[in-house]
Structures are given as structure tokens and as C-alpha cells.
Design a protein around this ligand. Sequence first.
Ligand code: G6P
Length: 641
Amino acid sequence: MCGIIGYIGPRNATSVILNGLRRLEYRGYDSAGIAILGAHGIHVTRAVGKLSNLELRMKNEENDSQFSILNSSFSVGIGHTRWATHGGVTEHNAHPHLNDAGTVAVIQNGIIENFVELKHELQAEGVRFRSETDTEVIPHLVDLYMKAGMPFVRAAFAAIARLQGSNAVVMMSAQEPDKLIATRLGNAGGIVIGINPDEAFVASDIPGILDYTRNVIFLEDGEVAIAQAGQVGVYRLDGAPVSKQRHVIAWDPVSAEKGEYRHFMQKEIFEQARAVTDTLRGRVNFETGEVTLESLALTDTGTGRHGDKGITQSPGRPVTLSRIATVACGTSKHAGLIGKFLIERIARIPVEVDYGSEYRYRDPIVEPGMAVLGITQSGETADTLAAMSAGKERGARLWAIVNAIGSQAERMAEGVIHMRAGPEIGVCSTKTFLTSIVDQYLLACALAQHANVQTFERSNVDSFSLARDLAHLPGLISQTLKPDPIYEALANRFHDRRHFLFLGRGINYPIALEGALKLKEISYIHAEGYPAGEMKHGPIALIDERMPVVCIAVQDGVYEKMISQIEQVKARGGIVIAIATEGDDAIGRKADYVINVPAAPELLTPALTAIPMQRLAYEMAVRLGCDVDQPRNLAKSVTVE
Ligand code: G6P
């Protein structure tokens, strides 16, 4: 969960940046670096491991006469804590990254989807790369444009315009040292800019700058800020100025944490591109498509770099995996149902999914060679833990997908994959749902790719290409999170209804279940999720002109089937709210309302269609004046049976 800090003003930039990075330390990182404008240009210091390693290195450099601050009245710099996405944890992969001449320094959070193309283009121009990161394309691109005659700021805009995906980027240049350029593209990383009368701060997260200022602006998708000491201009990528509202962050820690959002649930919905980026970090080689879950290393001991524990057993011995029994509750159970689809499709391993509260009471059949997989964001749900124990006692290999580090589920399991969603405060699960889907997608690819894992049937899908698709996911999630007036309109129109029906098929059937669960949890409207093909066996009797029916009808393998379900709902006078693929005009003629999600590979669609479910439930609950973050009778962690 990379952290970004930038400073420009009269204070000592080094100490402001180090202090800010320290405030973001809790998010986790594997290396850190800082770029400061000194008397001899931009000076970069980087170190693997803890911030103290970086500080120690900087202390040693202070004694070096080559390095001195530009002048005492003005100081500028940027700093970064990295959690690897592209390339290993090494000093040369740590940020900031520079152009050849060392005149442009860049830090970045996110995944540059088109970095392979950009890298080849730059290599054809003779650029030599010093790191394996995607970030390094940015300073070289800026340099290319500067060599073509553009001043730094214009070159920075031109380079930013070339980046695809969901990213936050901050840069500085020796050519125009009085400016920091910061941009937010999508939602993989927020950018907050703090402003005091004679200084400016840039950060990925509010806590990084709260020691210095409470006056902030938040960048939106596609905005670029030019921060100077005491003033900030914000522009669209085409150069058009944007007038921004200034926010004053209240002193209490809860408001500080919520930042620009009204509720934690809202914040957590909008954090999902970033959460998924973190889930992917260091686990996929986006050039080859190879998935490395350290938790899948063929060892029975040892703790991975991110704390994932080994999943399989003796080194070198093939591991037969006869089947997987997933146990989970609530939203996590719905994630498990999507995982069943993913693991069976990608790895050809049979998966059964049970409620934690049911599994142990049905005397489950457990044979050696199978795995029980507990999915639980809290890691403390009593029913899930009991089901996991039941599996373990009967001799199954025990795995867990968890968000809370150090939780019971993690301690019990032999193999753990972390969600890496960060803290989720809203009782209603949102980002932990998406990240547990992504964890299972990774698990499916890793099992398919691992030569040592013998599966039920040989997989006929290209798991390497499927894994490469994941590079697009944070960007697609960002697109699904774009402002859309439809949610408020639907809440205004339907908040008085007492019943909703949600229909989906195939891999999006569990999203119908999740949509219904979200709505009832926070808005107290009764909702049912159903596999669309089952509608004719019961729910169809409920349909009349008062019944809103949410139909997940994206262009996947069962699209045509969904269209015929929509027609059946319409024929009975029901109101259809369709979740459809952008550009699908035909569906607009059949449905009463359409919520668009971007086109995506089929197996990634649930991570997108889940978002309209969350946004719809959220708007409905807000419209009804419900306590969104703490719905009645519910708890974030249910530790009783
Ligand atoms: C509670 C929460 C749900 C969650 C369920 C399972 O009911 O309100 O949001 O899905 O527990 O929680 P877990 O921590 O095991 O994922």
C-alpha cells in the first residue's frame, strides 16, 4: 500500500517528507525513497526495508559535502514508501525514479496498464531502463517531451496523458524547481493537497500531512495539480482549469480518517481500485502472466514476504488436490460462490461452497488431499472458524483468505492469502468482497500454473493470459466508480418499495445474492437474490408493476439467457433495472433503467457488477436516513454461533 508525500515551502523538505512517510507506515511497504532538490540538482536516496534504513542512509549522506540543500528559505522534495507491483524488492526498483539526466523525479501508486508498450517505445528511442518497474516509463517520457522542446509542466501533462490504468503520480523537476506536479487517474490512489499561506503538501493519504495543515483539496479522476509554495492550480488533462472546493479536515480522528466522504462505507466503495491494486502487488508478473502466491510455494513451513503462509506440503513432491470445500458466512460466502466458478473454470478443481454455520452439522465427507478454504474478512467469525476446525480435524488441508492480520483464522490455517483491503470500518463488507474475489482468481491461476499441483482435470484455459488481464482490473473498477446520477435517481424513485428482486446467472449469479444482501443490510428493504433461470419456479409470482427487479445482464456467456429473463419480467409488468455492458444499446430498449459497467473479460465481470450493487444500496440507505456504517442488529465481526 504505497505512500506518497511531497513538500514545497520554507520548512526542511526532508524532515516533512520523512515525518509524513512515518505517518503512513502502518499501511505497510517494502522499501522507501526520497528525492530532494539540492545545490547540485535532484538528489535521490533509496533503501530497502524500514524507513529507519532510509534515514540512516540519509544521515550518512548529510556528511557528504556533495549534498546540500538548495537554500534555506525554500525546500522541495518527494518521498515514497513502495509495496512492489512490478519487479522485486530492490533498491533500484524503489521510488523515486529519474530520467537519464537526473532532472525529473517521479513517484507513483497504481499499475500502468500499457507500460510494456511504453517501455518498448522508449527503448526504441534509445532509453535504457535501470529498474523493472512500470513507474520508470514516466520520467523517461517526460524527458522525451522535454527534449522535443516542451517545458517541464507541458511535458508532464503530455506524459500523464499517455498513461493507461488507475494511478496516482507526483513529480518534480530541476528545470522548474518551484513546482510539484500531482495527478490522479482513476481510483488506485487518492491525492490530497494541503495548502498553507507559504507552502504546499501532496499526499496519498490525509494522515501524512495532518501534522502541518487541515486545509486540503482532493483531486478527482483525471485532474492534475500544479502545487507551488502557498498556491495550487488544478487542471484537466487538456489544460482547462478546474475550480476546486477547499475542505477543512476536522480534528477528531474519525473525521480525519473519513476525509472527503460522508460515510466509511462510501469511502470503502471508492477505495476499491486501490485495494485491488494492493491485493495484486507482487503476486502477478504482468509481462509473463505468472502468479506467485508465496503461500503456494511448495514448502510446508515458512512465512512469505507479505506474511502469507505456505499452502502445500513437502518440497518437490507433487501435491494432489482432489477438491476444495469453501466455508464462509454472509458476503464472504458470496465471494466463495464466485471463487467456485473461478477455480473450477481456471484450475479444473471441483469446489463446493457451504455456509460456515451449516458445514459442521452435515457431517461433511473429507478425504485426504482435499482442502478446506475459509473466507473471512474479520478472521474471527465463529461459524466459519468452527467449520474450518471441522475440516482440519477430519484431515483436510486448511487454507484461509483473510483481511485481518493475526486473526484466529490466519493462525489456524496452514496456508493464508491476505485480502490486503486495509481496514474496513463499515459493517457492510465492500472492499473485502472484491479483494477476496481477486484472491480466489489468483489462487485459481496459481493452482493451474503450478507444475507440482495435480488437479482433477487438466485445465484448457490459458491461466497466464487470464492473470495478465488482472492488470486492467483497477482501471476497470475506477471506470465503474465514475460519478453517475442514476443511483440517486433510483433511490428517489424506489426508496418507498418494500421488496426488491435481484437476478443473475453464471458467474454473476452470486452478485445477485450480494446485491440483495447489501440492500437489506443497510436500507432494511426486503430483497431476494435468485439465479435468473429459477425465476419461473417461484419468484415470478411476485412480479407486478410495484416490483423493481435488478437484472445483471452484462455481455458474458449467459447474456442471451438474461435478456430472455428480462423480457419475462417486463411481460408481467415488473420494473427492470439492468446492469449492462457499456455500449449495449439493445438492453436500453428492454429495461426501464440501465446502469453501465465497462466491457471486461468475463471472469472479471463480478468484480465490476458488485459495485453498482454497493452504490445502489448505499444511496437507498442514505435516502432513507439509515445508519449506513452501523446498521441495526449487525456487527462487523460475529464471534458467537
Ligand atoms: C457479518 C458482517 C458481514 C460479513 C459476515 C461474515 O455478518 O456484517 O458483512 O460478510 O459477518 O464476516 P467475515 O468476517 O467472516 O467475512
